[in-house]
Design a protein around this ligand. Structure first.
Ligand SMILES: [Zn+2]
Ligand SMILES: [Zn+2]
Length: 1125
């Protein structure tokens, strides 16, 4: 039997048997006897439709088709499909070809589907109708859509000749799937045309009806029927109990009703894209956006996908919305209806999971805050930006976009709240659908809107870094960094050094729209600093607690930080080889450029939100595996010990012996740091969630001092540890006796000297955890004041105590040649430091009107310097090494024990502080004199003038523009001019010798730029000219050979009133405050006045360096300015 092909009649028989079984099971009314009539009626119906298609291959029955029930579709049909009994293959092919350009057409299945049309869903029978249409059989109910519904079809059994079925979207498993019924259904039982036209129906037309309603009393013989032209159909709306819609009748015979006067916009179009299905945003005809969020029911939304044709009645068209929306938006309110005009032939595209979540959150936002459309669209965009940053690694989309409830607030909503609270505070009562539908004139939330200034954006952190770098290099302009008058006298080396470090600060106002930085706070176990991290990348950050206190609570690891006020810092390191100022515009002289981007902000300016606990297991991958290895329940077994931190040392590469665990992965010189402090009490064990009191130890008199070594991934604690705080060191796992008591031999060998005062030394293990303790709760906490070295100790010539500590404001930061000392230090180290950072700081000393300046050098192992050492920042430096230079200047250097704490960021607005205006005699007082000041004075005479041209490369003298270096090995052909001038000024209180250099010489001589350039050109031939002035005459240096006219000109100039004139001089003392050579005491000097000799004390002449010269505008200026001081 099996070898023979089945006889057609056999297969027809089998098909018929199957059909009968199916009809009995699925279609016969439940509880009734199988109707004798039903089966042949159904078969007839199928046959009729089947035979109506042109090609049926001679079969009278669709043998390739099988019956399918609602249940079958729901459980077995997991992919979208369509079935067209009445279509031939070629008809289907044509249909496919038409659909193909815009996507994948629905695949065809050969299924026969029958059912009863109803507007009552199974589970809604008690609740009443909800406006949806369903197909029902004995196995279940499925929602369906039909283009042109005839009311007489309700409750009847149909064969659906052409339909498509769409199962629920994958991620939205709670959904039910739905049917799209393409062609008119074919009734199984013949439709009886029961319309009895014999008796005409008595109806009321709108005008009469409104009259009746206005009378508000029962009129006799009012017919129960209304007639009119349908002029408007509202959307489905919901009151407390019922779902309803409103239709408006206008009668053409009785025109003039209110409704007819309403101008309605009707738009037809095809959906070409799904922008955000849960938010109700679609694209129409590739040109418009369609927002369905202002209708209460998502109803039709499940049918909407690319390819669907819609008709929008009474829709609002909104243009120029702002807030990042560029296209016009169509949005129906309650009054408008969205009607289906044609189904889509396309298979729905699988939406990314973030595009399927959040429907109830969007709805909540829109209705609770009554968002205007521009703000709603921006909110949706902002939520997507946030989801891209955090999902799915920190949170799943579903968790992030969840509906917000009092006990379970949505993280998304909390992050947007600062914006929304300003733009749309929560309000009540919410919009009233009935008023919107019926009110005249029409009044709805979509009507009134103003263009929205985009409130902010939440850029990906990788984009922030990139954008910061881009802007920093766009703004990098050597000519702006080195103003011309100064730059023209610099040698190649000076020039390139000036350009080698610079920085740029971007405030939020620099971005349009304003940027809000958002990420998870993470402590880097590789670099030791804090980072904001999102899925795109990370941004190093520097945080300050309020009142200049350092940020020290490790509990903040893993929280979401949102910050609107910040400083984005970009430090630029440039290696360049500019020969001279003339080439500054040529970028090819830049050999290397590197940017370091980070953000600094105050904790108080940030919104800190914990990540909900139920986050996905993937979350640890973002918060660094070992940063937060354990949840509290894992910490139920643990031991801990409190310690008080007295000093923290620098984070640097140290020659630390590798810890036994994980030693293979550690680099040769691992990053590490040490803290010193003392134990407070003994080891404590965990009991439930609390710590048991520490076990009494035998030897209480023993000194409790301890040195802790942090190496490997425990460097992540670096930013949290600060002197003066109490911390708890927690070791998870079962108790190990003497864990915190025994010395660590590897740590011991590291610091034999420092260990002298410590009883124990411990290497902090990777899995140990640090907690900040409030020191108020703990007795016997030593109080520690910030160590500050006194000014007299700092500037004493005594170097015995070489470690100094102070707070200071950074005035400038430059890169310079390494100090000779640091070069000698490491003979064996191949990577000799080639550069060194020099910070010039103004010391912060109480009751000091003119804070002295000091230079701090950071070299070798301490580079790059810690974050935040920027001009304008206030910093506490502890344990710097004090040194004295050969010229007796005091300066400081970083060493391995140095602790640095930024106290405040550079002020956002740079305030130009003018120098104090003083009398020169004030400088003779030894105490509290300003280092830099301004004085109104008179140039008495010129002592000397030197002009010369030097090689910009080797600084040898250039004659005729050529380098005169011995052996002429110098490759440079560029020369630069240098000038110096010494003159005597007095202001009636004292005299001072002032040295002017380079471009200040031109100002001092009162020369215009062109005159100055010509003068320098005259000197280029001889290469150098030096004049000494003694009394009234000028003496040329004998070696110089120059033409007499130039000498004559300079001599005349320097003794003329155009040079010897009143000026306003800004200067600094030649002897810096950090120079410790004692000032010469006043000397006794003999004077002859006529016949009489005098002996008097004469102060040594003041020696000043010119910072700038301004001309006095009026003779009275001096009095006026002197008066003001
Ligand atoms: Zn409206
Ligand atoms: Zn040279």
């Amino acid at each position: 039997m099996a070898a023979h092909p089945p006889h057609p009649l056999d297969s027809e028989q089998a098909w018929l048997e199957n059909a009968q079984a199916f009809i009995h099971k699925s279609l016969c009314p439940a509880g009734e006897e199988p109707s004798v009539q039903l089966t042949p009626l159904v078969i007839d119906c199928v046959k009729t439709v089947w035979l109506s298609q042109e090609v049926n291959h001679g079969f009278t029955l669709p043998l390739s088709y099988s019956f399918v029930s609602v249940q079958d579709l729901k459980t077995h049909q997991l992919l979208p499909c369509c079935s067209h009994l009445s279509w031939s293959s070629s008809a289907y092919q044509t249909w496919v070809q038409e659909a193909e350009p815009s996507g994948t057409p629905l695949p065809r299945e050969r299924l026969l589907f029958l059912g009863t049309l109803t507007d009552l869903s199974e589970n809604l029978e008690q609740e009443g109708r909800n406006g949806n249409l369903y197909v029902k059989d004995n196995t279940g109910v499925l929602a369906c859509e039909l283009i042109d519904l005839d009311l007489s079809w309700m409750g009847r059994l149909f064969l659906f000749p052409s339909w498509s079925y769409l199962p629920p979207a994958r991620c939205n498993s709670s959904g039910e799937g739905h049917l799209e019924l393409w062609d008119s259904p074919v009734p199984v039982f013949p439709m009886t045309t029961s319309l009895d036209c014999a008796t005409p129906l008595h109806v009321l037309y709108p005008k009469a009806a409104s009259y009746v309603l206005r009378q508000r009393r029962k009129l006799k013989d009012v017919p129960p029927n209304l007639a009119g032209t349908l002029v408007r159909l509202s959307a489905l709306a919901k009151s407390q109990k019922e779902t309803y819609f409103v239709l408006t009748l206008g009668g053409s015979p009785l025109s003039g009703s209110q409704a007819a006067s309403h101008v309605s916009i009707i738009v037809q179009g095809m959906v070409t894209g799904v922008l955000n299905e849960p938010a109700g945003l679609f694209e129409l005809d590739r040109q418009l956006e369609l927002c369905l969020a202002y209708q209460q029911f998502p109803g039709i939304r499940q049918v909407i996908r690319p390819g669907v044709s819609l008709e929008l009645q009474d829709v609002h068209l909104l243009q120029s919305l702002g807030g990042g929306t560029t296209r016009p938006v169509l949005a129906p309110c309650f009054r408008g209806a969205v009607l289906l005009r044609a189904f889509s032939r396309l298979k729905p595209e699988i939406q990314p999971s973030h595009q399927t979540q959040g429907a109830s959150l969007y709805k909540q936002l829109l209705w609770e805050r009554q968002l205007a459309l521009p703000l709603y669209l921006w909110t949706v965009k902002a939520l997507m930006e946030l989801a891209h940053k955090l999902c799915p690694h920190v949170l799943r989309h579903r968790q992030f976009l969840q509906h917000s409830s009092p006990g379970n607030p949505s993280l998304a909503l909390q992050l947007l709240a600062p914006n929304l609270d300003v733009l749309a505070p929560p309000c009540s009562p919410s919009w009233n659908p009935q008023k919107v539908i019926l009110g005249e004139p029409h009044h709805c939330p979509l009507q009134k809107y103003t263009r929205l200034q985009t409130p902010c954006s939440f850029p990906a952190l990788a984009t922030v870094v990139k954008e910061g770098e881009r802007r920093a290099w766009d703004a990098f302009d050597p000519q702006a960094l080195l103003p011309l008058p100064e730059a023209s006298h610099l040698t190649s080396c000076q020039l390139n050094q000036h350009l080698s470090w610079s920085w740029l600060r971007l405030l939020p106002s620099a971005f349009q729209p304003p940027q809000v930085l958002l990420g998870v706070l993470v402590a880097s176990s590789h670099k030791g600093f804090l980072q904001l991290r999102d899925q795109s990348g990370s941004l190093p950050c520097l945080l300050l607690d309020k009142d200049s206190r350092p940020f020290s609570d490790p509990q903040f690891i893993g929280v979401v930080v949102r910050v609107e006020r910040f400083q984005l810092i970009i430090e630029r390191n440039v290696k360049s080889s500019y020969p001279s100022w003339k080439e500054l515009s040529i970028t090819s002289y830049i050999q290397k450029q590197k940017a370091r981007v980070y953000v600094q902000f105050f904790l108080a300016d940030a919104l800190i939100l914990p990540v909900p606990r139920f986050s996905s297991p993937l979350s640890t991958s973002l918060t660094s595996p070992r940063t937060k290895p354990t949840l509290p329940e894992d910490l139920h077994i643990a031991q801990s010990r409190l310690f008080f931190l007295s000093h923290k040392e620098a984070l640097m590469k140290r020659n630390v012996p590798l810890s036994p665990a994980g030693s293979s992965e550690m680099p040769k010189l691992p990053l590490s740091f040490l803290v010193s402090g003392s134990w407070l009490g003994g080891t404590q064990r965990k009991e439930g969630t609390a710590w048991r009191p520490s076990e009494p130890k035998g030897d209480n008199s023993k000194d409790q001092k301890v040195l802790l070594l942090f190496v490997g991934s425990s460097v992540r604690w670096f930013e949290f540890l600060h002197p003066g705080q109490v911390y708890r060191l927690v070791a998870p796992g079962p108790a190990t006796p003497l864990l915190f008591e025994e010395d660590d031999p590897s740590c011991m060998s590291q610091r034999p000297l420092e260990l002298a005062g410590c009883t124990s030394c411990l290497t902090v293990q990777d899995d140990w955890i640090l907690e900040l303790e409030s020191s108020q709760d703990i007795p016997d906490v030593p109080s520690v004041n910030k160590a500050e070295t006194s000014l007299s100790d700092l500037f004493s010539s005594n170097c015995s105590d070489s470690l100094v500590s102070f707070s200071a404001e950074i005035l400038s930061r430059t890169l310079c040649e390494p100090l000779s000392a640091s070069l000698q230090m490491k003979p064996g180290n191949a990577q000799v430091a080639r550069e060194c950072v020099k910070l010039t700081v103004a010391l912060e000393i109480a009751d000091c009107q003119f804070p002295p300046h000091l230079d701090i050098y950071i070299n070798g192992p301490h580079l790059p310097p810690p974050l935040g050492l920027l001009p304008g920042a206030r910093v506490y430096f502890s344990q710097l090494e004090k040194k004295i230079s050969r010229s007796h200047n005091i300066y400081c250097c970083f060493r391995s024990s140095t602790y640095v704490q930024v106290l405040s960021f550079p002020p956002e607005a740079t305030i130009s502080v003018s120098l104090p205006h003083i009398y020169l005699a004030e400088l003779l007082r030894s105490d509290q004199t300003p280092f830099q000041a301004t004085a109104s004075c008179h140039i008495v005479c010129v002592f000397s003038l030197q002009l010369r041209w030097v090689c910009s490369h080797c600084t040898s003298l250039c004659v005729q523009g050529r380098c005169t270096l011995q052996g002429s090995t110098c490759p440079s052909k560029t020369s630069v001019s240098q000038a110096s001038l010494r003159l005597l000024v007095e202001d009636g209180t004292a005299e001072a010798v002032v040295t002017c250099r380079n471009h200040h010489v031109a100002t001092a001589l009162g020369l215009r730029p062109s005159e100055w350039t010509s003068l320098l050109e005259f000197v280029r031939g001889p290469g150098r000219i030096a004049l000494q002035f003694l009394g009234t005459g000028a003496h040329l240096e004998p070696s110089a050979k120059m033409n007499d006219s130039l000498a004559l000109f300079l001599r005349t100039l320097c003794s003329s009133i155009s040079v010897l004139r009143p000026i306003v001089l800004s200067f600094e003392l030649e002897k810096k405050p950090s120079n410790i050579i004692p000032v010469d005491p006043p000397r006794l000097q003999r004077f002859q006045c006529g016949e009489l000799p005098f002996l008097t004390h004469v102060n040594p002449k003041l020696r000043l360096s010119c910072l700038s010269i301004q001309e006095t505008e009026h003779t009275s200026f001096r009095e006026a300015s002197a008066f003001s001081h």
